[in-house]
Design a protein. Structure first.
Length: 279
């Protein structure tokens, strides 16, 4: 009846929002080779009224986050020590037990021998509803809930800062303070000094008026960051552009809301959807 019709029309509105986001991302790719928080796709969009319906769309680049799948090397058999150190530091900043990093590495690495603080199939098999460790990359972020120690509260705290779709580099133009602070971890970078909250704030302040057009521009923020950039592997973690984008579009009609949650990867001027869920 009416609900079914409204539901379909609400879904069509949500699809319209996704199409608009796709066009904005394609247009932006033609304009410049860096992505900031002040672009057509990234600025907050007021609700769009369309006939009796309303569309709400939000887009964020996934390069502002840490990619959990990059905590292990591409062959899947050993951790990437630098990225693991960065992720542990992020957990400390978020006041989450850093040994959770081991459980996440165990979930994706391709062996069944647990790390200290980690967990493999022997642990998951002993649960009331047993299952195996995946020993492969995350396909969706929701899978993180299956990992030992990830409570609903920890998942909600972590979710804004982690992704499973990105190049694995962090966009200096869009990353939040907590991510920026975590980037000075890793063996040699730790020797170079720490990006404290106040150093991260300097980056946030600087980029408001001076978007980073290339990664070495970070050196212009302060002598400390210039030194960190030149002397350590900190630079290996950086990018100034987005490749993967999380789009959330809701269509509302007569009190019925349908939402599409999607992740698209931009290559050239095109967007390919890697994840798509209707709620």
């Amino acid at each position: 009846g009416a609900y079914g019709r409204d539901s379909i029309r609400a879904e069509l509105l949500a699809e319209g929002g996704i199409s608009a986001a796709r066009i904005a991302l394609r247009e932006d790719a033609k304009n410049n080779s860096y992505d900031t928080l002040d672009e057509v796709w990234s600025r907050p969009v007021p609700p769009i009224e369309l006939g009796e319906g309303t569309i709400r769309v939000a887009v964020e680049d996934e390069e502002r986050k840490i990619n959990l799948n990059k905590l292990v090397l591409p062959n899947g058999n050993a951790p990437d020590d630098q990225k693991l150190a960065v992720f542990r530091r992020l957990l400390e900043i978020l006041e989450i037990d850093p040994t959770l990093a081991d459980a996440i590495v165990d979930w994706i690495d391709n062996d069944d021998s647990p790390r200290v603080g980690g967990a493999e199939s022997a642990f998951y098999g002993s649960l009331p509803l047993p299952y195996k460790a995946k020993n492969d990359f995350f396909d969706t972020l929701e899978e993180l809930r299956l990992v030992r120690g990830i409570t609903p509260a920890i998942y909600d705290t972590l979710r804004p800062f982690v992704t499973v779709h990105s190049t694995g580099k962090v966009n200096l133009n869009t990353a939040p303070r907590q991510i920026l602070m975590s980037l000075s971890a890793g063996k040699d970078a730790a020797d170079g000094g720490t990006i404290t909250a106040s150093v991260a704030d300097e980056i946030l302040e600087y980029r408001k008026d001076h978007p980073f057009r290339k990664i070495e521009d970070i050196g212009s923020v302060s002598p400390f960051l210039n030194d960190l950039y030149k002397r350590t592997r900190f630079r290996d973690l950086l990018t100034v552009q987005g490749s993967a984008f999380h789009v959330r579009s809701s269509g509302e009609l007569a009190g019925t809301i349908r939402t599409i949650d999607a992740v698209g990867v931009r290559s050239g001027n095109d967007i390919q959807w890697r994840y798509w869920r209707l709620e």
